[in-house]
Design a protein. Structure first.
Length: 277
């Protein structure tokens, strides 16, 4: 299920922001921010569009946040009420670690949605980007007692970087932040929030997305495999799991930044243009 409009008779697809009501159309902020912040805005808007394109969005719910380069500890997050396919670089809202808006914007945010993100950004300097989703397959695996099983090559690549966090209700309690950060730890960048969803972080938008792509695919494969029953599913031995985990991590960052991310940009430019407005 893809959230983009088909091209008809070779006509160029309209940018989605052109179809928004007048009070929701973004005003470009490109000239009002630094070049570094504008790049972060474009990358973050790309992430929202990519999530929509893969069918991972949850209407206006869930969030992606991106650190704004600089010493101020400011972050970009989605305007509450916009669907992910509608978000542009200029419509992203800049907030501080407390979720307070720090740059004039016609939009508002869901402060509760920043609870999880602010905890990770504050505790991990390497976590410039945080993606949190509520996909069917991600929630399904997060609700399984055994978690992500070593039953696919993709899962074995993910598992060595995977942490878990127990469900504590809708993320409104600020006290939960400490426990979530402790569960993620200082090195892991992928998490299953039990009974809740999936989460990844990264130093770049490209790495955070690639980690989410592998996690979501692994969860989808597991749901499909378990549809035939648990007894008939093959699990790989520990030595094979360790071997695959090591193989999967080699050169992944270079491949992601040099090949995967540019390819994703080309795909967006064809299918969901306008994210860089």
């Amino acid at each position: 299920m893809f959230a983009y409009f088909p091209v008809e008779c070779g006509q160029k697809k309209k940018n989605l922001e052109d179809q928004l009501p007048d009070d929701m159309k973004p005003i470009s902020v490109k000239d009002a921010v630094s070049a570094e912040e504008w790049k972060a805005r474009v990358d973050c808007a790309m992430l929202y569009r990519l999530v929509a394109m893969h069918g991972w969005d949850d209407m206006i719910f869930t969030h992606i946040s991106h650190r704004v380069p600089g010493p101020e500890h400011h972050f970009l997050i989605n305007p509450y009420g916009m669907f992910f396919e509608e978000i542009t670089a200029s419509s992203l809202v800049k907030v501080d670690l407390e979720g307070q808006i720090v740059m004039d914007s016609p939009y508002f945010i869901n402060p509760a949605g920043f609870t999880i993100h602010s905890a990770i950004h504050a505790s991990r300097e390497d976590a410039n980007v945080v993606i949190h989703l509520h996909t069917d397959q991600g929630v399904a695996v997060s609700a399984q007692k055994e978690g992500l099983l070593p039953i696919s090559q993709t899962a074995m690549i993910v598992r060595e970087d995977l942490a878990y966090h127990d469900y504590e209700g809708i993320a409104l309690d600020l006290d939960e932040r400490e426990r979530l950060v402790a569960d993620l730890g200082p090195e892991k960048s992928t998490m299953l929030l039990k009974n809740h969803g999936t989460l990844t972080c990264g130093t770049t938008a490209a790495m955070a997305f690639t980690r989410m792509f592998f996690l979501e695919r692994a969860c989808n494969m597991q749901v499909m495999a378990l549809s035939a029953g648990r007894d008939g599913v093959l699990e790989c031995d520990r030595d094979i799991q360790e071997k695959v985990a090591g193989q999967g991590s080699r050169g992944m960052e270079t491949l992601t930044e040099r090949l995967v991310w540019p390819g994703l940009k080309r795909k967006l430019d064809r299918e969901l243009p306008g994210y860089d407005a």
